[in-house]
Design a protein. Structure first.
Length: 474
């Protein structure tokens, strides 16, 4: 019975970690992308003096700030979760994580919060160039914050710059530079920034298309639509490029994860990539599949004739290296999350490409392009889904390790926290996040539907007398 309780507690702790982490990460890339796009729009206003860029800056700035506030609220929960459910893990990695997370808090988050506050309350109080600089510094802070957190996560994927203390059996930092320059961290950062622009761009596309379909705010929303389309397309391309680099590094550092992404049980050369497979749940027995020859070899090695290690081969090697046990992750999760990540991302890029074609040379899609407007609005979901499935693949594909090759997940839990406590916290946090989701969606939808303050729109006039107090409107 005790063993069953331990398994249940571990499963609950992992579900809690997954729910809170994926939910929090929905806000992170959108915050990063919107901060830079809003700064770019304000720069365009300052350089050209065109009021449409000012209206766009204030409109998208409101959506950015709503998302930023909810991101901070959900991020705080992560710290409490590690201390409650994963105390053995926290004790083991504390000396490693302390440095990058301290830098993130003292430097990156300081830049975000301080200069964002100056930007919010600095309208008509600060010189225009200083006011703009505050937003660029805050945006840089969001990117730096992501880097230091990703450096900590990358250490879990590829631990470097440490030794195990033989007396305390915990990891001790030997080189902060090794942790910060970890190849896994660098490519993950580039991949995340690209995904951030993809997500922010598609939000711009969806909201702008919704207004243009109804004939409102043409002067503001058409430039926003074009900006969102270009940002989404470039973001999709850069996500694919950085993801390809990440896949090759992952194959070298975690061969099991790449094998699990294809449910490839036997080493193959060349190895094909299946777009869709019908067979047993674990992928071992295949009835039918649609395959692209040599593509998995290219994703893993850079050559269409490269050799890719199979699950059985990697399992045997890791059992010999780390001892008896199963080192195979949950294959259906890794297989489908990998494909859904790629699929949703590519669909977003296709919507952006179609939008650029239909809006070329000053065109605005007419009523006959109703399908495009619908696709553009629904494309709002594509990038967040791709991002979420990407993180699920990244974290689930590393199992059964919390720190790859060093600390197993079942050795990372808090020893005194039982299933009952975890049930309570899981339900509480899930309900709390559900309430926050309702608040977030409600605020974002209401603000997005209202649109920018537009002197040409009698329903949304620009109130110049209230411009100095705009910060309080956020």
């Amino acid at each position: 019975m005790k063993g069953l309780t331990d398994v249940d507690a571990l499963l609950l702790a992992r579900w809690q970690f997954g729910i809170t982490t994926v939910y929090h990460f929905l806000f992170v890339p959108l915050t990063i992308g919107l901060s830079f796009l809003t700064a770019g729009l304000q720069t365009a206003w300052l350089r050209t003096g065109r009021e449409r860029y000012l209206r766009a800056t204030k409109f998208w700035g409101k959506l950015f700030l709503i998302n930023f506030a909810l991101g901070v609220a959900t991020g705080i929960v992560q710290e409490f979760q590690f201390g409650m459910a994963w105390s053995d893990y926290s004790r083991f990695v504390g000396d490693i994580f302390g440095a990058p997370l301290a830098i993130e808090g003292l430097l990156a988050f300081f830049l975000e919060s301080t200069f964002l506050g100056l930007w919010i309350f600095g309208w008509d109080r600060l010189p225009p160039r200083i006011h703009l600089a505050c937003l660029w510094i805050a945006a840089t802070g969001t990117a730096l914050s992501a880097f230091f957190i990703l450096a900590a996560n990358a250490w879990m994927q590829h631990p470097v710059g440490f030794v195990i203390n033989p007396a305390t059996h915990v990891a001790q930092l030997t080189s902060i530079w090794a942790v910060l320059s970890n190849s896994t961290a660098l490519v993950a950062f580039a991949h995340t920034i690209a995904a951030a622009f993809l997500m922010a761009g598609m939000l711009m596309v969806a909201v702008s298309a919704w207004h243009l379909r109804r004939g409102g705010h043409l002067g503001t929303m058409r430039p926003s639509l074009r900006l969102g389309l270009w940002t989404g397309l470039v973001g999709c391309a850069m996500t694919a490029i950085t993801g390809d680099i990440d896949g090759k590094i992952m194959t070298d550092q975690q061969p099991m994860k790449m094998a699990a992404a294809e449910a490839l049980y036997h080493t193959s050369q060349p190895a094909s990539f299946s777009l869709f497979t019908i067979g047993s749940l674990n992928g071992r027995s295949e009835v039918w599949s649609l395959r692209l020859p040599g593509l998995l070899s290219f994703l893993a090695t850079g050559s269409f004739n490269g050799q890719v290690q199979g699950i059985d081969n990697v399992q045997a090697a890791e059992a010999a290296k780390y001892g008896p046990g199963s080192y195979i992750p949950v294959i259906p999760v890794t297989y489908w999350s990998f494909r859904l990540m790629i699929g949703f991302g590519l669909l977003a890029g296709l919507v952006a490409l179609a939008g650029l074609w239909y809006t070329r040379s000053g065109r605005t899609p007419g009523p006959e392009r109703r399908w495009f407007y619908r696709a553009a609005v629904w494309s709002l979901l594509l990038a967040p889904l791709a991002s979420s499935f990407g993180w699920i693949f990244t974290e689930m594909g590393r199992q059964p390790w919390s720190v790859y090759g060093v600390l197993a997940t079942d050795k990372s839990m808090s020893p005194t926290v039982g299933a009952g406590t975890l049930w309570i916290s899981l339900i509480t946090l899930t309900l709390l996040y559900a309430v926050l989701a309702v608040i977030e969606v409600g605020l974002m939808v209401r603000t997005a539907k209202r649109g920018p303050e537009d002197p040409e729109d009698p329903d949304h006039p620009a109130d110049t007398d209230r411009e100095p107090q705009l910060g309080f409107a956020y």
